[in-house]
Design a protein around this ligand. Structure first.
Ligand code: FPP
Length: 227
Protein backbone atom coordinates (compact mmCIF):
# COMPACT_ATOMS: atom_id res chain seq x y z
CA UNK A 1 0.00 0.00 0.00
CA UNK A 2 2.62 2.49 -1.13
CA UNK A 3 2.27 6.23 -1.65
CA UNK A 4 0.41 7.50 1.42
CA UNK A 5 3.18 9.92 2.38
CA UNK A 6 3.52 11.33 -1.15
CA UNK A 7 -0.27 11.70 -1.45
CA UNK A 8 -0.24 13.86 1.71
CA UNK A 9 2.89 15.82 0.69
CA UNK A 10 1.33 16.77 -2.65
CA UNK A 11 -1.50 18.38 -0.68
CA UNK A 12 0.82 19.97 1.92
CA UNK A 13 -0.73 17.74 4.58
CA UNK A 14 1.06 15.79 7.33
CA UNK A 15 2.00 12.22 6.35
CA UNK A 16 -0.46 10.63 8.76
CA UNK A 17 -3.32 12.15 6.78
CA UNK A 18 -2.12 10.10 3.83
CA UNK A 19 -2.34 7.00 6.01
CA UNK A 20 -5.84 8.02 7.15
CA UNK A 21 -6.93 8.37 3.53
CA UNK A 22 -5.17 5.05 2.89
CA UNK A 23 -7.59 3.33 5.26
CA UNK A 24 -10.44 4.47 2.96
CA UNK A 25 -8.69 2.73 0.06
CA UNK A 26 -8.37 -0.40 2.21
CA UNK A 27 -12.16 -0.39 2.61
CA UNK A 28 -12.74 0.07 -1.15
CA UNK A 29 -10.32 -2.71 -2.04
CA UNK A 30 -11.79 -5.12 0.51
CA UNK A 31 -15.31 -4.36 -0.80
CA UNK A 32 -14.11 -4.97 -4.37
CA UNK A 33 -12.59 -8.32 -3.41
CA UNK A 34 -15.71 -9.42 -1.52
CA UNK A 35 -17.93 -8.51 -4.48
CA UNK A 36 -15.64 -10.25 -6.98
CA UNK A 37 -15.49 -13.42 -4.88
CA UNK A 38 -11.72 -13.23 -4.35
CA UNK A 39 -10.54 -16.01 -1.99
CA UNK A 40 -7.74 -14.20 -0.30
CA UNK A 41 -6.28 -10.68 -0.04
CA UNK A 42 -3.07 -9.81 1.78
CA UNK A 43 -2.32 -6.17 2.58
CA UNK A 44 1.20 -5.10 3.53
CA UNK A 45 0.37 -2.67 6.35
CA UNK A 46 3.65 -2.50 8.27
CA UNK A 47 7.01 -4.04 7.47
CA UNK A 48 9.75 -5.13 9.87
CA UNK A 49 11.68 -2.13 8.52
CA UNK A 50 8.88 0.44 9.14
CA UNK A 51 9.86 0.76 12.84
CA UNK A 52 12.74 2.94 11.57
CA UNK A 53 10.26 5.71 10.62
CA UNK A 54 9.86 8.80 12.83
CA UNK A 55 8.36 7.88 16.24
CA UNK A 56 5.28 10.04 15.67
CA UNK A 57 4.44 8.36 12.35
CA UNK A 58 4.88 4.87 13.85
CA UNK A 59 2.61 5.84 16.72
CA UNK A 60 -0.08 7.18 14.36
CA UNK A 61 0.10 3.97 12.29
CA UNK A 62 -0.35 1.90 15.47
CA UNK A 63 -3.45 3.97 16.37
CA UNK A 64 -4.93 3.40 12.91
CA UNK A 65 -4.24 -0.33 13.17
CA UNK A 66 -5.81 -0.55 16.64
CA UNK A 67 -8.84 1.43 15.53
CA UNK A 68 -9.32 -0.89 12.54
CA UNK A 69 -9.05 -3.95 14.78
CA UNK A 70 -11.63 -2.58 17.20
CA UNK A 71 -14.14 -0.93 14.85
CA UNK A 72 -13.78 -2.03 11.22
CA UNK A 73 -13.75 -5.68 12.25
CA UNK A 74 -17.48 -5.54 13.03
CA UNK A 75 -18.28 -4.67 9.41
CA UNK A 76 -15.80 -7.27 8.18
CA UNK A 77 -17.57 -9.89 10.27
CA UNK A 78 -20.97 -8.88 8.86
CA UNK A 79 -19.50 -9.42 5.38
CA UNK A 80 -18.31 -12.96 6.18
CA UNK A 81 -14.63 -11.88 6.04
CA UNK A 82 -11.99 -13.87 7.96
CA UNK A 83 -9.28 -11.68 9.44
CA UNK A 84 -5.80 -13.06 9.86
CA UNK A 85 -2.71 -11.11 10.94
CA UNK A 86 0.68 -12.35 9.74
CA UNK A 87 4.01 -11.13 11.08
CA UNK A 88 5.89 -10.98 14.36
CA UNK A 89 3.18 -9.96 16.83
CA UNK A 90 5.57 -9.79 19.74
CA UNK A 91 6.70 -6.37 18.45
CA UNK A 92 3.27 -4.82 19.12
CA UNK A 93 1.83 -3.48 22.37
CA UNK A 94 -0.16 -5.89 24.55
CA UNK A 95 -3.31 -3.94 23.65
CA UNK A 96 -2.78 -4.48 19.91
CA UNK A 97 -1.87 -8.15 20.43
CA UNK A 98 -5.06 -8.71 22.44
CA UNK A 99 -7.18 -6.97 19.83
CA UNK A 100 -5.62 -9.04 17.04
CA UNK A 101 -6.60 -12.24 18.90
CA UNK A 102 -10.13 -10.91 19.53
CA UNK A 103 -10.65 -9.86 15.89
CA UNK A 104 -9.36 -13.20 14.61
CA UNK A 105 -11.56 -15.13 17.04
CA UNK A 106 -14.64 -13.11 16.08
CA UNK A 107 -14.21 -13.85 12.38
CA UNK A 108 -12.66 -17.33 12.48
CA UNK A 109 -15.77 -19.22 11.37
CA UNK A 110 -16.48 -16.94 8.42
CA UNK A 111 -16.23 -18.55 5.01
CA UNK A 112 -15.80 -15.56 2.68
CA UNK A 113 -12.72 -13.49 1.86
CA UNK A 114 -9.56 -14.33 3.80
CA UNK A 115 -8.20 -10.88 4.68
CA UNK A 116 -4.57 -11.15 5.74
CA UNK A 117 -2.93 -8.11 7.26
CA UNK A 118 0.85 -8.28 7.10
CA UNK A 119 2.03 -6.33 10.14
CA UNK A 120 5.60 -6.33 11.45
CA UNK A 121 6.03 -8.74 8.57
CA UNK A 122 9.00 -9.46 6.35
CA UNK A 123 9.47 -12.29 3.85
CA UNK A 124 12.89 -13.17 5.27
CA UNK A 125 11.47 -13.20 8.80
CA UNK A 126 8.74 -15.56 7.56
CA UNK A 127 11.22 -18.08 6.13
CA UNK A 128 13.38 -18.04 9.26
CA UNK A 129 10.46 -18.34 11.68
CA UNK A 130 9.25 -21.32 9.64
CA UNK A 131 12.66 -23.00 9.83
CA UNK A 132 12.84 -22.46 13.58
CA UNK A 133 9.30 -23.80 14.06
CA UNK A 134 10.14 -26.86 11.95
CA UNK A 135 13.21 -27.54 14.07
CA UNK A 136 11.24 -27.12 17.31
CA UNK A 137 8.70 -29.66 16.13
CA UNK A 138 11.38 -32.05 14.84
CA UNK A 139 14.23 -31.76 17.37
CA UNK A 140 15.69 -35.16 16.55
CA UNK A 141 15.77 -34.73 12.75
CA UNK A 142 18.85 -33.50 10.91
CA UNK A 143 18.69 -30.48 8.58
CA UNK A 144 18.87 -32.97 5.66
CA UNK A 145 15.25 -33.91 6.42
CA UNK A 146 14.14 -30.35 5.72
CA UNK A 147 12.77 -29.76 2.23
CA UNK A 148 10.21 -27.44 0.60
CA UNK A 149 7.22 -29.66 1.43
CA UNK A 150 8.31 -29.99 5.04
CA UNK A 151 8.74 -26.24 5.47
CA UNK A 152 5.51 -25.06 3.83
CA UNK A 153 3.20 -25.92 6.77
CA UNK A 154 5.18 -23.52 8.97
CA UNK A 155 5.09 -20.53 6.62
CA UNK A 156 2.51 -17.74 6.90
CA UNK A 157 -0.56 -18.29 4.68
CA UNK A 158 0.19 -22.04 4.32
CA UNK A 159 -3.55 -22.80 4.39
CA UNK A 160 -4.20 -20.49 1.44
CA UNK A 161 -3.13 -20.79 -2.19
CA UNK A 162 -0.10 -18.81 -3.27
CA UNK A 163 -1.05 -15.31 -4.46
CA UNK A 164 -2.02 -15.04 -8.14
CA UNK A 165 -1.45 -11.30 -8.36
CA UNK A 166 0.72 -8.74 -6.60
CA UNK A 167 -0.39 -5.12 -6.95
CA UNK A 168 2.27 -2.56 -6.02
CA UNK A 169 1.09 1.04 -5.95
CA UNK A 170 3.12 4.25 -5.79
CA UNK A 171 5.37 3.71 -8.81
CA UNK A 172 8.12 1.65 -7.15
CA UNK A 173 9.04 -1.54 -8.96
CA UNK A 174 10.21 -3.74 -6.16
CA UNK A 175 8.87 -6.36 -3.79
CA UNK A 176 10.27 -4.89 -0.55
CA UNK A 177 10.56 -8.15 1.39
CA UNK A 178 6.86 -9.01 1.02
CA UNK A 179 5.76 -12.63 0.56
CA UNK A 180 9.03 -13.63 -1.12
CA UNK A 181 8.51 -17.40 -0.73
CA UNK A 182 4.80 -17.38 -1.58
CA UNK A 183 5.20 -15.13 -4.66
CA UNK A 184 7.53 -17.40 -6.63
CA UNK A 185 4.95 -17.70 -9.46
CA UNK A 186 2.84 -14.63 -8.75
CA UNK A 187 2.06 -12.17 -11.56
CA UNK A 188 3.29 -8.64 -10.73
CA UNK A 189 1.33 -5.48 -11.52
CA UNK A 190 2.88 -2.06 -10.94
CA UNK A 191 0.94 1.19 -11.01
CA UNK A 192 1.99 4.81 -10.48
CA UNK A 193 -1.26 5.49 -8.64
CA UNK A 194 -0.70 6.32 -4.98
CA UNK A 195 -2.45 4.04 -2.48
CA UNK A 196 -4.95 6.70 -1.27
CA UNK A 197 -6.10 7.12 -4.90
CA UNK A 198 -6.74 3.41 -5.37
CA UNK A 199 -10.39 2.55 -5.87
CA UNK A 200 -12.57 -0.07 -7.55
CA UNK A 201 -11.59 1.07 -11.07
CA UNK A 202 -7.87 0.80 -10.25
CA UNK A 203 -8.49 -2.74 -9.01
CA UNK A 204 -10.42 -3.60 -12.16
CA UNK A 205 -7.46 -2.41 -14.28
CA UNK A 206 -5.13 -4.70 -12.33
CA UNK A 207 -7.49 -7.65 -12.74
CA UNK A 208 -7.82 -6.95 -16.49
CA UNK A 209 -4.04 -6.92 -16.83
CA UNK A 210 -3.86 -10.21 -14.94
CA UNK A 211 -6.47 -11.77 -17.25
CA UNK A 212 -4.18 -11.09 -20.24
CA UNK A 213 -1.22 -12.95 -18.76
CA UNK A 214 -0.18 -16.43 -19.79
CA UNK A 215 0.86 -18.35 -16.68
CA UNK A 216 3.27 -21.09 -17.67
CA UNK A 217 4.66 -22.21 -14.28
CA UNK A 218 7.88 -23.25 -16.00
CA UNK A 219 6.16 -25.08 -18.88
CA UNK A 220 6.11 -24.01 -22.54
CA UNK A 221 3.30 -22.03 -24.08
CA UNK A 222 2.31 -25.06 -26.20
CA UNK A 223 2.09 -27.32 -23.16
CA UNK A 224 -0.24 -24.85 -21.43
CA UNK A 225 -2.54 -24.63 -24.46
CA UNK A 226 -2.96 -28.42 -24.71
CA UNK A 227 -3.77 -28.77 -20.98
C1 FPP B 1 3.26 3.01 2.70
O1 FPP B 1 3.17 4.33 2.21
C2 FPP B 1 2.20 2.76 3.69
C3 FPP B 1 2.41 2.31 4.97
C4 FPP B 1 3.75 2.04 5.52
C5 FPP B 1 1.30 2.13 5.91
C6 FPP B 1 0.03 1.58 5.35
C7 FPP B 1 -0.99 1.63 6.42
C8 FPP B 1 -2.29 1.98 6.25
C9 FPP B 1 -2.91 2.26 4.94
C10 FPP B 1 -3.18 2.12 7.44
C11 FPP B 1 -3.28 0.99 8.38
C12 FPP B 1 -3.67 -0.29 7.74
C13 FPP B 1 -4.68 -1.06 8.12
C14 FPP B 1 -4.85 -2.37 7.45
C15 FPP B 1 -5.63 -0.65 9.12
P1 FPP B 1 4.38 5.34 2.48
O2 FPP B 1 4.14 5.99 3.79
O3 FPP B 1 5.66 4.59 2.37
O4 FPP B 1 4.20 6.35 1.31
P2 FPP B 1 5.37 7.16 0.56
O5 FPP B 1 6.17 6.14 -0.19
O6 FPP B 1 4.61 8.04 -0.37
O7 FPP B 1 6.14 7.89 1.59
Amino acid sequence: MDGNGRWAKKRMLPRFMGHQKGVKSVKKVVKFCVEQGVDSLTLFAFSTENWKRPKEEVSKLMSLFLNALQKEVIKLNENNVRLNVIGDRSGFSTEIQENILKAEALTENNTGLFLNIAANYGGRWDIFQAMKAWQKQNPTLSIDALNEDALIPFLSLHEQSDPDLLIRTGGEKRVSNFLIWQMAYTEYYFTDELWPDIDESSMQKAVDSFSDRERRFGKTSEQIKTC
